[in-house]
Ligand binder design. Structure first.
Ligand code: PNS
Length: 159
């Protein structure tokens, strides 16, 4: 069984993330969406909320599991005996960042391969950061996040 881990902060999950999960789920037998627990970083949604939102929008995809992880990604992969990291790439900035991450993860564990999937053109401009900023100033995020969580994001920003 070929399993890939799709890691990230997902604060919140966007249509771009969901596109990579959907497409990845057709390439791999299973996708594990791994949400980073980062206590140092300030998040809009806490870790359990982020996991729940991803579960909600991926409930129709059979071969997707959503979990949280702490510490090094390579350790999480080792614990689960998985050697593939799936990443999405939107821009050349993402490419440079992901190339560095792929090399550092390989440095930490030479068995690990990072597979990058190009973003679909309609999602190239979407990031969790711009979703939060637009929502904060009452702009429309309707086309940026899955419809099932649109209200969750709007409500959370208002708090
Ligand atoms: O969505 P993000 O914030 O771009 O995701 C980044 C993430 C979670 C994939 C990355 O920060 C990560 O893998 N963090 C775990 C710590 C780690 O393994 N770092 C690599 C060595 S510096």
């Amino acid at each position: 069984m070929k399993i890939a881990v799709y890691p990230g902060s997902f604060d919140p999950i966007t249509n771009g993330h969901l596109d990579i999960i959907r497409r990845g789920s057709k390439v791999f037998d299973k996708i594990i969406v791994a949400v980073l627990i980062n206590v140092e970083k300030k998040h809009l949604f806490d870790i359990d909320e982020r996991v729940e939102l991803i579960k909600k929008v991926t409930s129709d995809i059979e071969n997707v599991e959503v979990v949280s992880f702490d510490g090094l990604l390579v350790n999480f992969l080792k614990e689960r005996n998985i050697n593939v990291i799936l990443k999405g790439i939107r821009t050349t900035c993402d490419f440079e960042y992901e190339m560095q991450m792929a090399i550092i993860n390989k440095e930490l564990n030479n068995d690990i391969e990072t597979i990058c999937m190009m973003s679909s053109p309609e999602y190239l401009h979407i990031s969790s950061s711009n979703v939060k900023q637009i929502a904060e100033f009452n702009g429309s995020i309707e086309r940026l996040v899955p419809k099932e969580i649109l209200q969750n994001v709007i409500d959370k920003i208002k708090v």
